[in-house]
Design a protein around this ligand. Structure first.
Ligand code: NAD
Ligand code: UD1
Length: 341
């Protein structure tokens, strides 16, 4: 009897979203094969993943631009599909080092697709971002809205890979290309063993807030309180990383049964202001978080949130966790980090 492989290549598998997705994949009977060059993650995440799942997880410390290494991994594991998280993601850094971002994110994706073709792997799930929507649009954003007018090189790498996937899918009707546009992933696994662990000073709101709450940073700067929003501060669509991870398993199930290009927003569908997030985080940590209002951050828009009807109707996915859950799980992770390995 031929046994059906349930192997799934997960690039960037030790990163924030990749690690949470690895847990969900195992929970749903898949076997993730992780590839990560550790450029923005630490090896001890692997031990924590083994602890959470009770499994020995296969991991390769490799760069996805190492074609020979990819070839031998595909040759050995015969994956059913690839979930592609590996990428650089810091907007400001992408402005200073665009060539590095294009090489890592665009060239890396192209190499991966090339190796998939060589090994007859038909299904790819790609981590895209809400940042691909044209900057002048008003939320809620639907998947049909125009993309490509993007304000920075990071966002353009995501747009370029999306376009590449569409062009390549058009040449081969047997391919299944899924593009997931994440809104703002936050929170952590409820075990407190894995979570977001940015190197240096975080750029994004919740990791920054967490470092102020834990005393590592002095105060939060709120970037503008004069937007046309509920309280003047910026509004975003925060999604719990475990809900996002579950979305990947559902996208994978669907990808294995379908062909063509499928694009989905993954967000909660609700927008929360900076002040609303602050208030929820203060409740989670039981302390006042020092903050001050400063000027707007260049490149920011007033509000961004998803229309999630498509993913709800076609995949049956819906968020299960609210803003308080996100803040509580983030805080648990921040307190456990360091002592948990
Ligand atoms: P992360 O930095 O925590 O994880 C990415 C992982 O990929 C890291 O472990 C890093 O070491 C690895 N990596 C990077 N380049 C690599 C390469 N060339 N070869 C092998 N491994 C490589 O980031 P994340 O938050 O988990 O994001 C995952 C993906 O989702 C990224 O592509 C990111 O752009 C995208 N995304 C993230 C967000 C967000 O807010 N976190 C939002 C939208 C889209
Ligand atoms: C940022 C990126 C975006 C990326 C997304 C997810 C920019 C301009 N945009 O978006 O490309 O896809 O992260 O990784 O960097 N805020 C503060 N103080 C802070 C940090 C943030 O007030 O110290 C505010 C912001 O102005 C915004 C909200 O908090 O209103 C959320 O910010 P952030 O977490 O950086 O996410 P995005 O702005 O959505």
């Amino acid at each position: 009897m031929i046994s059906m492989s349930k192997n799934i290549i997960v690039t960037g598998g030790l990163g924030y979203i990749g690690s949470h997705s690895c847990v969900e994949l195992i929970d749903h009977g898949y076997t993730p094969i992780l590839i990560d060059n550790l450029s923005n993650s630490k090896k001890d995440v692997l031990d924590r993943l083994c602890k959470i799942t009770g499994q020995n997880i296969v991991f390769y410390e490799e760069d996805i631009r190492n074609r020979e290494a990819l070839d031998s991994i595909f040759e050995k594991h015969h994956p059913l599909s690839v979930i592609h998280f590996a990428g650089l993601k810091a907007v400001g850094e992408s402005v200073d080092q665009p060539a590095r971002y294009y090489s890592n994110n665009v060239k890396g994706s192209l190499y991966l697709i090339d190796v998939m073709k060589a090994h007859d792997v038909k299904s790819l799930i790609f981590s895209s971002s809400a940042t691909v929507y044209n900057v002048d649009l008003s939320p809620p954003f639907t998947e049909a809205m125009p993309t490509g007018q993007v304000g920075n090189p990071y966002g353009r790498t995501k747009y370029m890979v999306e376009e590449m996937m569409k062009d390549i899918a058009a040449t081969d009707a047997s391919l299944s290309m899924t593009i997931l546009r994440y809104f703002n992933p936050v929170g952590a696994h409820e075990s407190g063993l894995i979570g977001e662990d940015p190197q240096g000073i975080p750029n994004n709101l919740m990791p920054y807030m967490a470092k102020v709450a834990s005393g590592d940073l002095a105060e939060l700067s709120i970037y503008g309180d004069d937007y046309e929003t509920i309280d003047g501060t910026g509004v975003r669509d925060y999604i719990h990383v475990v809900d996002l991870a579950r979305g990947h398993v559902m996208a994978l199930d669907q990808s294995l049964k379908s062909t063509g290009v499928n694009i989905y927003n993954l967000g909660s569908g609700d927008g929360y202001s900076v002040k609303q997030v602050l208030s929820s985080y203060e409740s989670a940590c039981g302390n006042v978080i020092p903050c001050k209002i400063v000027g707007r951050r260049p490149g920011d828009i007033a509000a961004s949130y998803a229309d999630i009807k498509k993913v709800q109707n076609e995949m049956g996915w819906a968020p299960t966790k609210n803003l308080d859950d996100m803040c509580q799980d983030s805080w648990r992770w921040i307190q456990n980090r360091g002592k948990a390995s």
